[in-house]
Unconditional design. Structure first.
Length: 366
């Protein structure tokens, strides 16, 4: 069934230019879940508003919304797949992915996470490749922790084998090709999400064999073991990644700039700063003028020598003051909160802004 949906998603991408798909409306969390059996808690309402930056939760149109939520509430996965195909055929790919994203945030369901991961990988979107990997790691983490509720240990092991098998080849192909730092980031996010969504998660998909009801243990019998496994998740998922990626993959380096031969340039010194001060003008000798004698006529010779008037000569030339222009002092920086793009929500990306919705005691006791 998932293969059929993947083909449908591919057809939708190829035909996107030929047939315009209606855009999804957005609204409050309450309106996005109206008409279905899923009840929102205060924490889940806050998480939806944080993730979608307010009352901008995608509104999946009726009757698809109610039918999908009812099938999800009853864990009727074949019914979910069938209605999701109808939704994608009627409203487009984005509507199906938007329903999966919003329902995963609220329920933490491993079944929704697996569908969401496969559907994103099936679109071939590079932007959502990391999200597909994160959801795949999340499915492993939930199987390892909540799998302790399975009465049959073989059921949990079979589900782990399925996640590594051909059914998830579109996702594991991405796991093998993206860079090591991307894998590490998505692995860490999956571990955090597993712990945060543990209190609201009531999924037993990993314990089911086919369409039969799951045989599970009472909560008191398995939650202690789940908490012990949760503490070991980093080690388990690192080992999983090393098995799936026998060779390390480095992030592609940006193109190096072309190196040219340096050109010798003569340094230019600023003349106005290094110029010397101007010297004072030379002394001027003026003859003394006697009374009654016209100007310019020398007086009678006397014993007194001619007095010369000269401009005073400074012993030390005055150095003009050089005004130094100081750069203006920068204004103190102001810290502003820059929000993420408030445009239309992207159902192929999962960037939860806040994962601290539960207390450590609540997670440890899960």
């Amino acid at each position: 069934m998932r293969t059929g949906l993947g083909l449908l998603l591919w057809l939708g991408l190829l035909m996107g230019g030929a047939r315009a798909q209606p855009a999804l409306e957005v609204g409050s969390p309450e309106s996005a879940f109206a008409g279905g059996p899923i009840q929102l808690s205060k924490q889940m309402t806050a998480l939806l508003r944080a993730h979608y930056l307010g009352d901008k939760v995608p509104l999946v149109p009726q009757p698809f919304r109610g039918r999908l939520d009812t099938a999800l509430f009853g864990r009727d996965w074949p019914r979910v797949e069938a209605v999701k195909k109808e939704l994608a055929a009627s409203q487009g790919i984005v509507a199906a992915l938007a329903w999966e994203q919003s329902r995963f945030l609220v329920t933490g369901s491993i079944g929704v996470a697996e569908m969401y991961s496969l559907d994103i990988a099936g679109t071939g979107s590079n932007a959502g490749a990391e999200t597909a990997v994160m959801l795949w790691f999340y499915s492993f983490a939930v199987t390892m922790t909540d799998g302790h509720k399975c009465s049959a240990e073989a059921a949990k092991d079979a589900h782990l084998d399925r996640l590594r098998g051909p059914a998830f080849e579109p996702v594991t192909r991405i796991v093998r090709t993206i860079a090591d730092d991307q894998v590490a980031a998505m692995r860490d996010l999956a571990i955090r999400l597993e712990g945060v969504l543990a209190p609201v998660r009531e999924d037993d998909t990993m314990c089911r064999v086919g369409n039969r009801a799951a045989d599970v243990k009472p909560d008191a019998a398995w939650r202690v073991e789940a908490a012990m496994t949760r503490a070991m998740l980093p080690r388990h998922l690192v080992a999983l990644a090393s098995v799936m990626r026998p060779r390390p993959v480095a992030r592609a380096e940006p193109a190096k700039p072309v190196v040219t031969k340096p050109v010798n340039v003569e340094p230019v010194l600023p003349g106005s700063v290094l110029s010397l001060p101007m010297l004072p003008p030379p002394a001027v000798i003026e003859p003394e003028v006697q009374p009654g004698v016209g100007p310019g006529v020398p007086g009678p010779l006397r014993g007194d020598p001619i007095k010369a008037k000269s401009a005073p000569v400074a012993l030390k030339p005055a150095i003009p003051e050089i005004e130094i222009e100081h750069p203006p002092k920068p204004e103190p920086a102001r810290t502003e909160v820059v929000s993420r793009d408030t445009g239309k929500p992207d159902p192929t990306r999962f960037e939860p802004p806040n994962l601290e919705l539960t207390t450590p005691e609540a997670v440890a006791g899960h």
